[in-house]
Design a binder for this molecule. Sequence first.
Ligand code: ADP
Ligand code: MG
Length: 322
Amino acid sequence: MAASEFDLISRYFKRPVASDMLGVGDDCALFTVTPGNQVATSMDLLLEHQHFFSDVDPVRLGHKSLAVNLSDLAAMGAKPIACLLGLALPRVDDPWLQGFSDGFHALAKQSLCPLIGGDTTRSSRDIAISVTVFGAVNPDVALKRSAGEPGDDVWVSGVFGAPDVAYRMLAGLIPMQEEILRQTRAALEMPLPRLELGRAIAGHARAAIDISDGLLQDLGHILEESGVGTRIDESLVPVHQALSGLSEDIRRHAVLCGGDLYELCFTAPPSEREKMVSISHRLGLPLTRIGELTSIPGLQLMNAQGHAVIPPGGGFDHFRDA
Ligand code: ADP
Ligand code: MG
């Protein structure tokens, strides 16, 4: 592209990196991998209108673009190494780029995941953001979706429902309640990747996944890949306090099917319960046992009385009709 492209890259995206790395500015970036580890890598694509509202705070968007990828590293128990950023922009909007890069670099610094390269191009209309992360993980303890076993406890981190409620209010899908939006919006726009948790449970947990498309749908991937079923007590899933004034339908949908959460759902043998409690205390993060894996295929959802209940319809699937 034009000379201004290089100015833009060096102003907003080039930052100093560790001495054993080569960052922005050459044909490739270079980084070192600790012997015995494998590289964990993942990529996410965020499209304007599809994945974010055009008027979202660019600082928050920069944060979230990286956060959703770091969340994938967290779900494997991997430690971040570095990331790449692909950007398609309809125009050079300096205040937007300043905010976006500030939000991106702040999380990159906090997570020790420096931006070491990428690509920048003009788009005809919408903004597209693609981030690729690289992490390191000992293959013996990597948390794979396929590693769950019957009898494992099913655990979740954090509290549920806030991002779905904020999204559905902003999209006009449920009635706007300003006070509830105020309390839930940060969960949608500034998710915190659970990197410390992922690394703490690696070696203790078996299967793990980060919740991007809804608890039931994402847990479904563990069931499928592990060839197991599950029994979940719906009343044990921790609910964000801001949801208490909402109807049961909206709350159930948000908690069980709401996406964009980026908490971890993982399985571990019952012998690891004390370990999980101590990790929860150390990280100051709630870890809750919501059920167990079974050898009977499928999902059994129970209420507090131990009766089977029907799950609300679906998580989030971009290719689903209607
Ligand atoms: P090439 O032509 O070799 O692909 P580019 O001209 O596209 O290189 O990019 C120049 C340098 O700037 C490269 O090191 C590339 O990784 C980096 N870069 C380009 N866009 C971005 C971006 N959005 N974020 C970080 N680095 C970027
Ligand atoms: Mg080149």
